[in-house]
Design a protein around this ligand. Structure first.
Ligand SMILES: [Zn+2]
Length: 352
């Protein structure tokens, strides 16, 4: 059993805020410090789209600020090469979505009810941001094919269905990327592990009858959406679930993903499971979330499954808590994928 610690970088800052330092220790190895060392990191590319701002009315619930905050944290770390996401081509989007829905969103003719379900007012800026969000996941998927790991500092739009969006999700970048990779002959089988606190209902619905895609969702049973779809594996957790119970359930599903033998895993890494999240109902700590991320990345590393990380939800107050949790996901990835094997237990610290 290992444990993550966050080392605060600035005096007076509470743990878990802007430290930029993540350390993983092995509990049963008190002398763990003998093996630790600062990792010199291979530059890896991540894609962002927060520079395309969405005009929103005052008081809108979408946490627009977190994307720029996350990019600022990772820029300060210096672990990754951050690049603007390319805009997705509508022909790729139509692999997962109804052509009429795609066209109507792009030209601003979707009806009021459909836009209300999405939760954004339509604007040209929203179109550009949405195309970049999908493009970021497509670019991250290409990066994962080339290097084994790719990441998008947006995306994870798991509430988007074939012919309509929902819950701040217009197009399902996870589904689009899987179908694009398959169209191009790059993969045959894919899995999605969705650890957002809300069920990945759109993704589950799109792939419900597709035997070459396994969808896994671990979510709050009493949370949105009230009408759940059927994923390949669904784990609905009770309100108040904490680190230990959560991690136990996560570790229980990983063997099923291994048995499925996917060529690539898409990881929707929403952090709205964090204690105190305004829209979550679970009680995970920052350290628990890093253990979650570590379990997923170690799993893909051990089985040599390529992995694509997208964001997902996160609505903490202050929103800096959410940005920090998202940053930690990428810090843990950097740690796992660049960590040298140390005999007698793994221990490493990341300071970029
Ligand atoms: Zn969510």
């Amino acid at each position: 059993m290992a444990v993550y610690r966050i080392l605060s970088g600035s005096p007076g800052q509470p743990q878990g805020y802007g430290g930029g330092v993540v350390r993983r220790e092995t509990r049963q190895t008190p002398e763990w410090s003998r093996g630790r060392g600062t990792i010199s990191l291979v530059t890896r590319r991540l894609f962002y789209c927060d520079h395309y701002a969405i005009p929103l009315p005052p008081g809108h619930k979408f946490p627009a600020e977190k994307y720029a905050l996350l990019r600022a944290l990772l820029t300060a770390d210096g672990c990754y090469d951050l690049q603007p996401a390319p805009l997705a081509d509508p022909s790729a989007i139509e692999l997962a979505h109804d052509a009429g829905y795609v066209r109507q969103f792009l030209n601003g003719t979707l009806d009021t009810r459909t836009m209300r379900r999405i939760g954004f007012p339509w604007s040209k800026e929203l179109v550009r941001r949405t195309l970049a969000s999908v493009g970021g996941t497509l670019a991250a998927a290409a990066e994962a094919l080339a290097t084994g790991f790719g990441g998008n500092l947006a995306g994870g739009m798991h509430h988007a269905f074939h012919a309509e969006g929902s819950g701040f999700c217009v197009f399902n970048d996870l589904a689009i990327a899987i179908l694009a990779l398959r169209r191009d002959g790059d993969i045959r089988r894919a899995a999605v592990i969705d650890l957002d606190v809300h069920q990945g209902d759109g993704t589950a619905s799109i792939f419900e009858d597709d035997p070459a895609v396994l969808t896994v969702s671990i979510h709050g049973e009493n949370n949105f959406p009230s009408r759940k779809q059927r994923s390949g594996i669904d784990i609905g957790l009770p309100d108040g679930t904490g680190d230990e119970q959560y991690l136990t359930r996560l570790r229980e599903v990983l063997p099923a993903i291994a048995d499925f033998r996917p060529d690539i895993l898409f990881y929707q890494s929403g952090v709205d499971t964090l204690a105190g999240d305004r829209l979550g109902r679970l009680q995970l700590t920052h350290e628990g979330l890093m253990e979650r991320d570590h379990a997923v990345f170690e799993f893909t590393k051990a089985l040599e499954i390529r992995v694509v990380v997208t964001l997902g939800g996160g609505y903490a107050d202050p929103i800096a808590r959410t940005a920090e949790a998202h940053a930690n996901t990428y810090r843990v990835a950097a740690l796992v994928f660049t960590q040298p094997e140390t005999p007698g237990g793994r221990a490493a610290s990341l300071k970029c």
